[in-house]
Design a protein. Structure first.
Length: 675
């Protein structure tokens, strides 16, 4: 039977199976032939038949240790890991010096994800046969699994230490370096991630994988042009490796992603179309969906993600992608559902956990407090406190409560006035494209010659009529309360307004606001503001542009308040905004312009705003801010106005009020997975 042994040892399992089948036709009860036939059958993938063969042999030879070893291995092939674990334990009790038994036990524990114990046992196997290549390979994969489990539990340091041990056994090992790079990406240790990808480039094929990784690192560093340059180099190199379909497609994917990062949407779409001629699979659909997300074509994205899930309901790209798409169109409960599905298939997956956390935070009640002190060159001073709370009752309905206290005085005339405003509001989302915000309130004003109460109201219909467009139409009834003299006159403003914003896929935007205001003093105000802006950078956001403002009043009453028959202002501005989710955050803006009041000569204007804040925890943050302006229309008193203050925001509950409804979605997904 030496010929058959040779087939088994060299991996020619088909020939081994045929060879031993012929032997068994002549000698059906030959122990060695049955054993070798069972191994060849199992190694060819028919694990159930292998288990049955070794079960019968074990019955005929109950004390044969070699048959027991093969039976245990057959259980592994058949993925009967729990039974295999128990059986290997009995084998080790019988002979704890058996290398196959100890190594098989370690592999079984690894399959059961009992990595810590598996590592202990595989190390014992290596004491029995020092340097055994099979045991070293098993230890490598045990460490990889263990490191992944530790990383999921956010024990990144321990995970990296395990992977570094792997690199002692297998220097420059591709699997290990890729796992290290992934952990460094998750922890935002981008320099180490880049180093891991650099170490990976030990062959022509691996150098392409290295470049793909480096392109991603460049993207994480917000160096999008560099990312595209690297991805393009990889794309040129991979042409000679078209037979390696996974590498070829991965490289094309990274190149297309880099195009999207650089907002080269038309080129990206053309590349996707080319790729679709060669491949028609879920990876292409995922690229189409991503293109839709970047271009705000969410309908296209949803269709692509649905197509992916119809072919593979466990697809990571499909489940997490559609969760993000539903969030983008305002379908929050569907977003929760698919985020939970993602976690069912990929436990502790960080992007899915982050999405759920973000969704829950957007639905969690909070209180916001603002305190401000203002003064101007008309000798007016004011102190203001605002308390505001939003309490979402469901994913669609949010209640709002607001209290405003303001006291103002003129330091020359000594006139003083105080106002107290109480607001109650509702925000209802009909869908992702239409919502209604309404508020009603009362204000009580106590001025130097009068005291009165007025009704306040605000209603806004928020719409998204077309892709990349927002249109708000509304009405707001408010009191002129800038200074004590205005409060004393009880002038109510009835503002009818329209806000329109147009975004584009090439960083240009246009915002316009028009307000028509009949006042109770029989005056009428018209205000038009328009801004054309361009976003130069995404992280931090840096944008600039030009603004135009037009203001006119039917009647000119300059002694009472700034009310020109015609006012024009043009300015250029620059704004920088940091990531608001980071511990420290800030934004600042400045604008220079020229204003023209009536027929008077033009004068220069300057305004600036700044905010600097800190997140003390996920539920509490604070910031200091300041504003300055010398625009005539900025105040009723004149040309210089300053405001200083601070803001606090506290999520006073740790989760949404309707969290039970969200939890029910998660439980349903758990039940579906179990079934």
């Amino acid at each position: 039977m030496q010929e058959g042994f040779g087939y088994l040892e060299t991996g020619k399992y088909d020939k081994a199976k045929s060879f031993f089948k012929i032997i068994l036709e002549k000698y059906p009860n030959n122990r060695t032939a049955l054993l070798c036939y069972g191994r060849s059958v199992g190694l060819l993938g028919d694990s159930q038949k292998a288990v049955s063969i070794f079960t019968a042999l074990k019955k005929d030879y109950p004390n044969d240790f070699e048959i027991k070893l093969n039976y245990a291995e057959a259980l592994l092939w058949d993925k009967q890991f729990i039974d295999a674990e128990k059986f290997y334990e009995t084998l080790i009790q019988e002979d704890n010096t058996s290398f196959p038994a100890v190594l098989g036990y370690a592999n079984t524990l690894s399959n059961l994800k009992k990595y810590k114990k598996a590592l202990e046992i595989v190390n014992k196997a290596l004491t029995l046969q020092k340097g055994n290549p099979n045991a070293l390979l098993s230890r490598k994969y045990i460490r990889l699994g263990y490191a992944n489990a530790l990383a999921q539990d956010k024990k990144y340091k321990e995970a990296i230490e395990l992977l570094d041990q792997n690199l002692i056994d297998f220097p420059k090992d591709k699997d290990t370096l890729l796992n290290k790079a992934n952990i460094y990406l998750v922890t935002n240790n981008l320099e180490e991630a880049e180093k891991a990808y650099t170490d990976l480039a030990i062959s022509k094929e691996d150098s392409i994988t290295s470049l793909n990784g480096k392109a991603l690192v460049a993207h994480k560093k917000s160096k999008e042009k560099k990312a595209l340059k690297i991805a393009n180099t990889a794309k040129e190199k991979v042409v000679g490796f078209k037979d390696n379909k996974n590498l070829y497609l991965s490289t094309q994917e990274r190149y297309i992603q880099a195009l999207l990062w650089n907002k080269k949407f038309k080129t990206a779409n053309n590349e996707i179309d080319k790729l679709q001629l060669e491949y028609s699979n879920n990876r292409i659909s995922a690229l189409q969906a991503t293109h839709g997300m970047y271009t705000s074509n969410f309908k296209k994205s949803l269709e692509s993600y649905i197509s992916i899930l119809n072919k593979d309901k466990s697809s990571f790209d499909g489940n997490l992608g559609i969760a993000n798409a539903y969030r983008a169109v305002g379908e929050d409960m569907k977003s929760y559902t698919y985020a939970f599905k993602t976690l069912q298939y990929y436990p502790k997956q960080q992007d899915a956990e982050k999405l759920i956390k973000t969704l829950k935070k957007s639905h969690t009640p909070f209180i916001e407090e603002k305190t401000a002190f203002t003064f101007d060159n008309g000798d007016n001073e004011a102190f203001m406190i605002q308390l505001k709370s939003e309490i979402p009752l469901s994913e669609k309905l949010t209640t709002e409560f607001q209290y405003d206290y303001r006291t103002t005085r003129n330091t020359v005339s000594e006139n003083e006035a105080t106002s107290n405003d109480f607001w109650l509001g509702l925000l209802y989302k009909f869908n992702g494209r239409l919502s209604l915000q309404s508020k009603v309130g009362i204000t009580n004003a106590n001025a130097f010659t009068t005291e009165y109460t007025e009704f306040l109201a605000e209603v806004t219909l928020k719409t998204k009529p077309f892709k990349l467009q927002n249109l708000d139409i509304g009405y707001k009834r408010e009191l002129q309360n800038f200074n004590a003299d205005l409060l004393n006159r009880e002038i109510v403003m009835n503002n009818y307004f329209l806000n329109y914003n147009l975004s584009t896929n090439f960083n240009l935007g246009w915002y316009t606001q028009y307000i028509y205001t009949p006042q109770t003093d029989d005056n009428i105000r018209n205000l038009l503001f328009s801004s054309l802006y361009y976003t130069f950078l995404q992280k931090p956001i840096i944008k600039g542009g030009i603004n135009y403002q037009y203001l006119s009043f039917k009647e000119q009453v300059p002694v009472i308040y700034f009310s020109p028959g015609q006012f024009n202002l043009g300015e250029i501005f620059l704004e920088i905004v940091s990531d608001a989710e980071k511990k420290w955050f800030y934004n600042a803006s400045a604008a220079l312009g020229r204003q023209f009041v009536e027929q008077d000569p033009g004068s220069s204007t300057f305004r600036a705003e700044g905010k600097f804040g800190y997140q003390f925890s996920e539920r509490f943050k604070a910031n200091l801010y300041g504003k300055y302006s010398n625009i005539a229309s900025a105040t009723a008193a004149g040309f210089e106005y300053t405001e200083l203050g601070f803001q606090l925001k506290w999520y006073f509950l740790s989760k949404p009020i309707f969290d039970k409804k969200i939890q029910k979605l998660q439980n349903n997904e758990d039940a579906n997975m179990s079934n």
